[in-house]
Design a protein around this ligand. Structure first.
Ligand SMILES: [Zn+2]
Length: 351
């Protein structure tokens, strides 16, 4: 018999978006049935040890219902600003996706509202979902929707995705480039940070410009977190964090989740699925060097990116764990990286 895989609580996936967009297409799938494509469903989660994570609710600039081929990073239409009305409607549908999953099988999946609830769900073998908004377009300037979303389970929010909104600006998908690509937070963005602090909603710094990062660092009273970003010193993508940013995160007792996307891990930024897992380990080494063993975790970006073929999907997580072992990481460190650090940082943030 195979030994049980190391549990993983992961910082980022786009599974809710996939499930929403694929309705009514040939790729329509159920979260409860194993598919031969995409990255996360419950049967494959079980195989890989995936015990839960932050489930992103992201509103694309352009809705294409023909599946993953739709996203082309070279097409500016994919980065166009969106209206609050559209974003709000679509975000409600994504909340609905998560709620229907949890309601259909309360013994298998839970929407968790605190670190204690994550521990409890994991302890009883239920998949633990933390709801996250990626890009705050669904929220208006007066922030009224934030409290409603919090009531519906929202516990994490990235003020911007890689596009401009009323709160700030995000980094483009260029390579190589500095993350200092545009302005920081607007006045509304600063209010959003304060309101997230008040409601105990984690602020996610992945996708934000470097100026925006420093604005949040100055204002926020919570540990700084980038849920799915890597080390700029290893792979100079603007989606990655400079050593100065990593040091600032470390100072607050914050955390960075390792993104598996090959374009954010390779030194050359190439979109190659044959990228070896050692490339991910190189980022992990660098991140641990700057943030310490308690400040790094996983932020796979499953269902939203090109993962190395060696991992393939969520069932392949034990391959990454093997690569960590091969690199000399002990079991205690592996457990921290794979799940303990995420729960601890949420707890430190009062969640
Ligand atoms: Zn993202």
């Amino acid at each position: 018999m195979q030994p049980a895989p190391v549990p993983v609580f992961d910082g980022h996936n786009d599974t809710l978006l996939k499930l929403e967009l694929q309705q009514g297409t040939a790729k329509n799938r159920s979260f409860f049935e194993e598919a031969a494509f995409d990255h996360i469903d419950l049967p494959r989660a079980k195989k890989g040890g995936f015990a839960g994570g932050l489930f992103a609710m992201f509103v694309p600039s352009r809705i294409a219902r023909n599946g993953e081929a739709a996203f082309n990073p070279a097409d500016p239409a994919n980065f166009a600003e969106i209206s609050q009305e559209f974003a709000h409607k679509f975000t409600s549908r994504l909340f609905g996706q998560a709620e229907r999953i949890a309601e259909k099988a309360p013994d298998l999946v839970s929407i968790c509202r605190s670190s204690a609830e994550i521990r409890e769900a994991m302890g009883t073998g239920r998949l633990a979902m933390i709801l996250h908004i990626e890009g705050a377009e669904a929220i208006g300037k007066d922030l009224a929707e934030l409290e409603t979303f919090h009531g519906r389970g929202l516990r994490s929010l990235g003020p911007v995705w890689s596009r401009k909104n009323i709160f700030g600006d995000g980094v483009p998908m260029a390579f190589p480039a500095s993350p200092d690509t545009g302005p920081g937070l607007t006045d509304a963005g600063k209010e959003l940070v304060k309101e997230c602090n008040r409601l105990k909603i984690q602020i996610d710094l992945s996708h934000i410009t470097e100026k925006g990062f420093w604005d949040v660092a100055k204002l926020s009273d919570a540990p700084l977190v980038a849920s799915h970003s890597n080390a700029h010193a290893v792979s100079p993508s603007p989606r990655n964090l400079t050593d100065r940013q990593l040091d600032a995160i470390a100072e607050t007792g914050g955390l960075v989740g390792l993104n598996f996307h090959v374009g954010f891990t390779r030194e050359d930024g190439a979109m190659r699925a044959d990228t070896p897992l050692e490339t991910l380990v190189r980022h992990m080494d660098h991140l641990i060097g700057r943030l310490g063993e308690d400040g790094v975790a996983l932020g796979s970006d499953f269902d939203g990116c090109l993962v190395p073929a060696a991992i393939k999907d969520v069932a392949g997580l034990p391959k990454l764990v093997e690569a960590f072992r091969k690199a000399g990481y002990g079991e205690e460190l592996i457990e921290k990286l794979c799940w303990k650090n995420w729960i601890s940082v949420l707890q430190r943030a009062g969640i």
